[in-house]
Design a protein around this ligand. Sequence first.
Ligand code: FRU
Length: 472
Amino acid sequence: MTQLIDKAKLIRVTNKRYRQNFHIITPEGWLNDPNGLCYFQGYYHVFYQFHPYSAEWGPMHWGHVRSKDLVNWEQLPVALVPGDPEDKGGCFSGSAIVKGNRLYLIYTGHHYYDDGNLDHFWENQNVAYSDDGIHFTKYTDNPIISVPKDNTQHFRDPKVWELDGQYYLVIGSQDKEKLGRILMYKSKDLLNWEYLGPIAKSHGQETEGSMWECPDFFRLNGQDVLICSPMGIKPTEKKYLNVSQTGYFVGQLDYKQPKFRRNNFSELDYGHNFYATQTFVDPTGRRILFGWMSPFDEEMLEKPDGWAGSLTIPRELKLDGDHLRMLPLKEYQQLRTKKIYDTNLQLAKSKKLDLPDIQHSELLIESELNTNDQLKWSLLENEEEILSLNYDQKNGELTLYRKGKDSFRYAQIKKTNQLKLHIFIDTSSVEIFVNDGEAVFTERYYTQKKLLTQFSTNGTLNVNVIAFNLKK
Ligand code: FRU
């Protein structure tokens, strides 16, 4: 039986102060991971982990939006509602694939043993399908995949793809030694799946994690890439500073064994708020990623307003050697309404700018630095810095500061004299793309005060700054 949403129980949005303008957010209620990214019958579809009855994580539904251009999104009815025997405790993350004229969603059914312990659960994999891209029917013979014997209860987030008429999927898993790993399956029809075994495994709980969530596997620029979200990696002085990470391995998958020979784990984004990504290929062949701006343990000030959570803007992935870069989609130029600044700043120490509606803007900043120069971009509330990014030419280090607890995040780029920052600011997020996506920082922030922009340097510097307001 297909479950229905109870409209009378929906939480309401009571205040719009932190609502995002050009990011995917919920109409009301809680959001986490992006799910089911695909292109189907002329529309891009994005689903997301959704709890419509409160601004807290709860029994997971699949929220749904679609778009003709990846920029403007239309809200659709909830696609999956939990409560059927195979997804009683939630419709957890999963992916989508088009076969013939049908859109298939493959997702995790979450189940509690109902003993009051939320860690006491089991998980299986299920299918739902749709011929119009709006209404979904759960497959009557769910589950399609059950947990293998050598696994713990952590068995979720199937990501499906097709290669030469054969379907494959990877699932996030934990083995009995409590190490994260990725399991692989194959199928001819998306309904009957054969288990092929683990293709990659963590080398140690503290170094590579104890559970690998949200795997994604694809080929890019002649290499195979595995993105996943390991839990439990121990922070070092400047790396792995969030509660969990999203990152990637580059290598080659031998489909016959199957085994993924891979290099070391690298973080994909260095900000405070980035997790549980998913990718898909658009009709022009671009590999596009969305992530969840995860708060981890942070307070989310929009919760009292009846909603919580935001996806990132979509980012195109490019692989250079072993380095995966993320770039904002060109389509986002459509959002520009007005050029509000275009100047070559002759910077001596610092310069403050009062740009109109900076909270809905895009900044393009370029500078040629000399040896040992530093350049810092900041957002100021009154005189106080609430967010900044500093580049130090001496060692190629980027330091992100955000006001509040646990303020600093770091990234290392190739030491260079050319610095380019491409920044998207929305009501409660900032995304900073450095040197064509060599490093990216994703941040949530909250303010109701007017913000100023500031540039500072340790000496003198020419900085070219272009700024646009973005559609509201
Ligand atoms: C990642 C995650 C997934 C899971 C989903 C549940 O944020 O924990 O592993 O499917 O969230 O909402």
